[in-house]
Design a protein around this ligand. Structure first.
Ligand SMILES: Nc1ncnc2c1ncn2[C@@H]1O[C@H](COP(=O)(O)OP(=O)(O)OP(=O)(O)O)[C@@H](O)[C@H]1O
Ligand SMILES: [Mg+2]
Length: 262
């Protein structure tokens, strides 16, 4: 059985792309077959894994063909990222993905389920499909929620991080009540964490008080570490850049928690 996880938070720069890449890498090291979907026009996941953003065939082409009812092969768009440490497939994106909104809006059918329909064609080839969402509550994010079994929310325990979380949780609940009744919360994972700082501890307490009863808060937290921020410059995950680093260990632990919640 494959599991599709949307990695989302409309706040920018909170570690969505980093978590998609490094959690995916950690799952592949647990011998899971992994597909990463870049669903952000910034294409950071694509370039962060050393894939050329100018590739002519991306996730956008698949969405277009799906909406137009034309035949297509998802495998044509997939790129395999293989190193000594990890092996995972990637569905790349680039800035042209901004036009997806117009494509979704032009569709007469269920606009929220277009990505789901694309992924249905390949998801059984994988144990885990991780979707890296853009920093917005747009139709791209809504399509990721439509395609997902669960939602993982990376969150930096810092000032302003609680702002917007209520809107995101409301959107997930709206999805659960309408176009994806099976959708679950994978949970919140703290990223860019500075666990020794009192401010981070206070914010975690606020999150626990507000959402702890309904949303899993992962025990594993991802500290702010240079090894984690440096690896995309080399086009690899943290497991290739610094395999025995604290950053690699943190994502390996997060993968174990995700696996335990299968
Ligand atoms: N644990 C970490 N330690 C240090 N730096 C990190 C960590 N996680 C992410 N970063 C860095 O923080 C920045 C933002 O991370 P990332 O791109 O993953 O966030 P994002 O939520 O995907 O951003 P966006 O909203 O723009 O898509 C990047 O420069 C990344 O390398
Ligand atoms: Mg990102």
């Amino acid at each position: 059985m494959s599991k599709v996880i949307a990695i989302t938070n409309q706040k920018g720069g909170v570690g969505k792309t980093t978590t998609t890449v490094d959690l995916g890498a950690a799952l592949s090291r647990e011998n899971k077959k992994v597909l990463l979907v870049d669903f952000d026009p910034q294409g950071n996941l694509t370039s962060g894994l050393g894939i050329d953003r100018k590739r002519p065939f991306t996730v956008l082409n698949l969405l277009q063909s799906e909406v137009m009812g034309m035949p297509y092969d998802v495998h044509e768009a997939i790129v395999t990222h293989e190193t000594d440490e990890v092996k995972m497939d990637v569905l790349p994106a680039n800035k042209l993905l901004v036009s997806a909104e117009a494509i979704f809006n032009s569709f007469d059918g269920e606009k929220e389920l277009i990505l789901k329909n694309v992924l249905t064609k390949v998801k059984d080839d994988y144990d885990y499909v991780l979707i890296d969402c853009p920093p917005s509550l747009s139709l791209l994010t809504i399509n990721a929620l439509g395609a997902a079994n669960s939602v993982l929310i990376p969150m930096q325990p810092a000032k302003y991080s609680l702002d917007g979380l209520a809107d995101l949780i409301k959107l997930v609940m709206m999805a659960q009540n309408s176009f994806n009744t099976e959708l679950e919360f994978e949970g919140i994972v703290y990223t860019l964490d500075t666990p020794n700082q009192i401010e981070a501890r206070n914010i975690k307490q606020d999150v626990e008080d507000a959402y702890g009863a309904n949303v899993r808060i992962h025990e594993t937290f991802i500290p702010r570490l240079k090894d984690i921020s440096s690896s995309p410059s080399y086009g690899v995950s943290v497991f290739d850049f610094a395999p025995s680093s604290k950053g690699a260990m943190a994502y390996a632990n997060l993968a174990k928690e995700v696996l335990a919640n299968a």
